[in-house]
Design a protein around this ligand. Structure first.
Ligand SMILES: Cc1ncc(COP(=O)(O)O)c(C=O)c1O
Length: 457
């Protein structure tokens, strides 16, 4: 029986000491990453120029649990454990018999779930003598999380920020610079990848795929620098599982358990963090609906193909088997900048392909409408990315209103929208539009994908 607390909190001493690795529990093995040049499965040595070895080991680990280093736990304590909220006021406003909870990651110094992996990645880089980390950022949430983490561990940080977001969100850049990072609008003229794109498309708003090419090239061409990715890869999703592990302990305290979990997906990390520890139970027979929510204007899970593709535009990254819209796809500059990625984490792609996760796509106007309802009831202002999860949570609660079912819904509340007020202003003054990616555009972008045979096991 659920109690009626508003905030379900854990003590610092109850922060999980291990991350959960879903890899050994998967219903089928992951297809290996392939070398971008040879198309052959890639080994640790080939990843070593861009990632520290400990992260490479985590990327391929089949251990179900990975110890969290003490230094990482000490930094986590700045904002963890994060509270699990019961959205009493939202439930009342909707008139639903459903119980709605949200796991609130917006209290981290950078305002989202991203520091959960940024801190771990900065720590392992520092341990292996790296001096500088290069990365890309969409909305600026990841860039600011890494800037914060590098600042705490005494590392330099270079951030290639997608031009559309750089222009929409100057405050994110200022935050990164305050933590000591250097931030550039991508594509820049500092890398070959950036120069080539600028020559071809001088007015490009940029994309995560382009910014990733720039950051990878930067790391690969400088000995003392490594690259860091804020989503998609197995080790990033692994670090985020602290969110769902805490949530599980909090549900136990509350005497409840989710029937439905809703998370937004860009590359998939916050969603995986919240959902994977519960998917472990689902894979052992528990009945849970797991909804991965993406924008209609960047619908990789709902309209992409499940096949090998590059993670970036310049084809520098390994090929990953994932749902993709094609690495050349440049989505409309919607305000949920962190969801503008052509691909999806291989782990989430596989689980979607096997029917464990249900994908869903929303238009941006509907997500802002949900975000405003949330802000006017619960008080907190969701990031435009998070608003996709909120939309799904509200829709599920409204279904319960129709059917009378008293379901328990968990929303992965991945971040706050305080740096997205210009987007809210546009929504409130009717200046936002929906963008649908046409069938012809999907087919044209997919035609450019490499045709790669599945390597034999
Ligand atoms: C608040 C927030 N939520 C979600 C995302 C999407 O990323 P991911 O799918 O890796 O969680 C982002 C990305 O920048 C974000 O800033």
């Amino acid at each position: 029986m659920a109690d009626d607390a508003t905030k379900i909190t854990l003590r610092e001493s109850e922060i999980p000491q291990r991350w959960y690795n879903i890899n050994p529990d998967l219903p089928a093995p992951l297809s290996p990453p392939l070398h971008p040049g040879t198309g052959k499965p890639i080994g640790p040595a080939e990843l070593a120029p861009i990632f520290p070895m400990e992260l490479i080991k985590q990327e391929v680990s089949m251990d179900p649990w990975v110890e969290i280093p003490d230094e990482v736990l000490r930094v986590y304590r700045l904002w963890r454990p994060s509270p699990l909220y019961r959205a009493h006021r939202l439930e009342k406003e909707l008139g639903t018999p459903a119980r709605i909870y949200y796991k609130n990651e917006s209290f981290s110094p950078a305002g989202s779930h991203k520091p959960n992996t940024a801190v771990a990645q900065a720590y392992y880089n520092k341990l292996e003598g790296v001096k500088r980390i290069a990365t890309e950022t969409g909305a600026g949430q990841w860039g600011s999380a890494l800037a914060f983490a590098c600042c705490l561990f005494g590392l330099e940080c270079t951030v290639y920020m997608v031009r559309a977001s750089y222009e929409q969100k100057p405050y994110r850049r200022i935050l990164m610079e305050t933590w000591g990072a250097k931030c550039f609008p991508s594509p820049t003229d500092m890398t070959n990848a950036g120069r080539q794109i600028r020559a071809k498309f001088p007015d490009t708003p940029g994309s995560l795929g382009i910014a990733i090419s720039e950051a990878v090239e930067d790391a690969a061409t400088h000995d003392d620098a490594k690259y860091s990715l804020g989503s998609v890869l197995n080790h990033v999703l692994l670090h985020q599982t602290i969110v769902g592990l805490e949530a599980k302990a909090q549900f136990k305290l509350a005497g409840d358990y989710p029937d439905i979990i809703c998370g937004c997906v860009g590359g998939g990390s916050n969603f995986a963090g919240a959902a994977f520890p519960f998917i472990k139970d689902k894979l052992s027979g528990k009945d849970i609906t797991i909804l991965a929510v993406e924008p209609q204007s960047c619908p990789s899970l709902t309209r992409g193909d499940f096949r090998y593709d590059f993670g970036d535009t310049a084809q520098l990254t390994p090929l990953l088997k994932m749902y993709t819209l094609g690495h050349n796809f440049v989505p409309e500059p919607i305000h949920a900048g962190g969801l503008r990625y052509h691909g999806m984490a291989p782990l989430i792609s596989l689980l979607t392909n096997k029917g464990v996760i249900e994908p869903r796509a929303y238009h941006q106007l509907g997500t802002f409408e949900a975000a405003v309802t949330f802000a006017r009831t619960e008080g907190s202002l969701p990031a435009p990315e998070t608003a996709h999860a909120v939309r799904a949570g509200i829709d599920e609660a409204l279904k319960c209103k129709d059917t009378g079912q008293e379901k328990c819904i968990l929303i992965a509340y991945s971040g706050h929208g305080f740096f997205d007020l210009a987007a809210y202003d546009k929504y409130l003054t009717n200046q936002l539009q929906d963008h649908e990616y046409s069938r012809e555009q999907v087919e044209a972008a997919l035609k450019e994908l490499p045709v790669i045979a599945e390597p034999s096991a």
